[in-house]
Design a binder for this molecule. Structure first.
Ligand code: MTE
Ligand code: MO
Length: 327
């Protein structure tokens, strides 16, 4: 057997694979017939004997989890060391090398408050939440507004599952999310020119979209602190700043929340922030991006390539408004 891998979802692409090996492997996989267009996630998993190894996961350590092939990409996953060492997490400073400082974050126990327009206000800790959701892995493109990008295998669960737990009332129009803000160990939070905590928001329709994901892991392991432990949002059709890290509070609200970056620099970073190559940032073009680990730029795709999933959310808004960065 040429491909000797423990998990069947490793077949198509994996981290730290250089592009040549990746392409060669893909060809091979294709030749083996695993990549047929009609390949259903369920059927493939069921028929693969190697999936038995999934049973090793326990409640205490559920990783790695099965990859959902519905969101497979034909580009290589970004090298893990880049994803975990080149970060934006302003609570720890306004530079990329925040990983060392982020290690001081206290994530165990982790209390999450679910409040606002809900049937019942709920406090739940991370273990309690993990017991109520089914984890899966999704490989998504991720595009920062600063024009760098990456492809990350996120482990987690659809945000939709959290909506089902929270039971928002019909008065809920938006979901507001908040990051922990503790100036005892977050140097950025001591900088008073920003309005802490970090806040992000989605419309209820955006939050319920099947792409909206809560990541609790990356690369088959629990998510590192610098990437937003123990849980962060991932909305891959929007610029990276929408994907709020280390969430402690989900509040269902009637009015559109004022987001962190909107308050700091609304003219540059608006509420919608849909990836749109034809709407430039006031100070740079958004037409292309630089994948981490690559010298060459590649074209940026409308909705970051996820139009089939999300374009219908924005019908009635002009394209420009849908990508709103100016307001
Ligand atoms: N709480 C919080 N969440 C945040 C940020 C932040 O500074 N604080 N930065 C955002 C930005 S600008 C980006 S590009 C991504 C970066 O995620 P990564 O470090 O995992 O690549 O996180 C987003 N979520
Ligand atoms: Mo970003």
């Amino acid at each position: 057997m040429l491909i000797k891998r423990r998990y069947c979802w490793d077949l198509a692409e994996h981290s730290t694979t250089d592009e040549k090996t990746f392409l060669a492997r893909r060809k091979l996989v294709k030749a083996m017939g695993f990549f047929g267009a009609s390949m259903g996630v369920g059927t493939f998993f069921k028929s693969s004997p190697s999936m038995a190894s999934i049973d090793v996961k326990s409640k205490a350590n559920p990783y790695p989890v099965a990859r959902n092939r519905q969101y497979a990409l034909d580009r290589p996953v970004t090298e893990e060391s880049l994803v975990t060492r080149y970060n934006n997490f302003y609570e720890f400073g306004s530079h990329k090398n925040i990983a060392p400082a982020a290690q001081s974050m206290k994530i165990d126990p982790w209390e999450i408050l679910i409040d606002g327009e809900v049937e019942k206000v709920t406090k739940i800790d991370m273990d309690g939440l993990l017991r109520q959701v089914q984890l899966e892995e999704r490989v998504y493109r991720f595009r920062c507004v600063e024009a760098w990008s990456m492809i990350v295998p996120w482990s987690g669960f659809p945000l939709r599952a959290l909506l089902d737990l929270a039971k928002p009332t019909s008065d809920a129009k938006y979901l507001r999310m908040e990051t922990i803000a503790d100036d005892a160990y977050m140097p950025g939070v001591r900088q008073t020119w920003y309005d802490w905590p970090y806040v992000e928001g989605l419309t209820m329709a955006e939050a319920a979209n099947e792409l909206s994901f809560i990541a609790t892991g990356i690369y088959g392991k629990p998510i590192p602190k610098q990437n937003g432990a123990p849980l962060r949002l991932v909305v891959p059709w929007k610029y990276g700043f929408k994907s709020i890290k280390s969430i402690t509070r989900f509040t269902f609200v009637r009015d559109r929340p004022k987001t962190f970056w909107e308050k700091a620099q609304g003219g540059e970073y608006g509420f919608w922030a849909n990836v749109n190559p034809s709407v430039d940032h006031p100070r740079w073009s958004q037409a292309t991006e630089r994948p981490l680990g690559n010298a060459n730029r590649v074209p940026t795709l409308m909705y970051n390539g996820y139009g089939d999933f999300v374009a219908s959310l924005y019908t009635g808004m002009s394209r420009k408004l849908g990508s709103e960065l100016y307001r």
